[in-house]
Design a protein around this ligand. Sequence first.
Ligand code: SF4
Length: 352
Amino acid sequence: MKDAREDILGLMPHEIVKRLQEMGEQAFRGKQVINWLYKGVISFEDMTNLSKATRKKLEDKYIIGSVKLLEKRISKNGDTIKYLCLLADHNIIECVVMKYNYGNTLCLSTQVGCRMGCSFCASTKQGLVRDLEVGEMMAQVVMANTHIKQTDERGIRNIVLMGSGEPLDNYSNVIKFLRLVNHPEGLNISYRNITLSTCGLVPKMKRLAQENIPITLSISLHAPNDELRKKIMPVASAYSVDEIIEAGKYFFEKTGRRVTFEYSLIDRLNDNVYDAKELASKIKGFPCHVNVIPINEIEDMPYKRSSESRIKVFVQTLKTLGVQVTRRRELGQDIEGACGQLKRSYLDSLDK
Ligand code: SF4
C-alpha cells in the first residue's frame, strides 16, 4: 500500500523551509534538512544536527525518496552504469549513468512505461503504467550522484530525460523537477546541462518554450516525412514533421537554445540516401543539430541495425548538405543500454 506520508525529495527548498516553520522550527533547520537530502541521506535518523524530536516529527510526516536500488550493472569498459530501481508500489524503473570526458551524465525515467507506442522502443510494450512523482525523479538523481561520488568527485554534471516515458506527457511534475534540480540550494545543475527528449508533442513543446527553462530540447524525429514516421511512431498521426520542426524553431526563438533532432537508423527503413536528403531539406536554414544513432536491436522487434556502410553514407549525405550532424556514441550495449531492456530482462529472470 502507498505510504500516506509526503516525499520530501519532491519539495522545493522554500517549501521545505516553510514546512519546518509550520512544525515550529526555525528556518535554518530547513536548510540543514536540504543539505542532508542532497548528500544522499535516506533516513531522518541520520540527520544528526537535528534534535531527536525534530527528526521524529519529520519521520511522522515525510519519507525521503521512494526509490530503492535493486541492481546495478556496469558495462565491461566501465563507462556506463545502469541502475534498476524499485518504487514503493513495486513498479520498476531504471536510470543510466554514462561517463563522458566532459562529465558524468544521468539518463533518467519520467514515467513507468510509456503510452507513445514507438515501435522500436521496449518501454512502450507495457503501455503507460503511471507518471513518476517529482520526488521519484529527484531520487534517481540523488542516488546516482551519491553513488558516483564515491569514486568520482565530479558527481552528476548533466541530466538527460531520455529513459522510459515521454517527459512532456508528465508535464507539471517534469517542470517542477527541472526547477528543483536546477535550484542553487539543491543540486544546482545548470539548465544548459539538461536535455529533455520528446517524441514531438507540439502544444507541450510550445508551452515548455514559455517556461523560462533554457534546457536543450531533443526531438525524436526518426523520419523525414509523415508517411514514414507513422510507420514507426503513432504520435506522427497527431503532429506532422513540419509542425514539429516549427515548434522546434519556436523553442529556439524563445530560449536561444539550439534544438537537437534524434534520428535512430533502422536498416533499409529510414536510412536511405533520399531520407537523408529529405531531412536536410526540411531543416535547411535552421541552426539545429542532428544526432544519428544506429538502433539497438531488441528482442521481438522486427528492426535491424543499419550496416556500417549505410550509416556512413547517411551521415556523410547530411554533412555534405550542410547539416550539423554527430553520430552518437553507442554506450552500454553489453548491459542492454536501450530504454526498458534491463527492466524487461530482470522481470523475465523473475519468471524463470
Ligand atoms: S521512444 Fe520514448 S516516447 Fe517513444 S515509446 Fe519509447 S519512451 Fe515513449
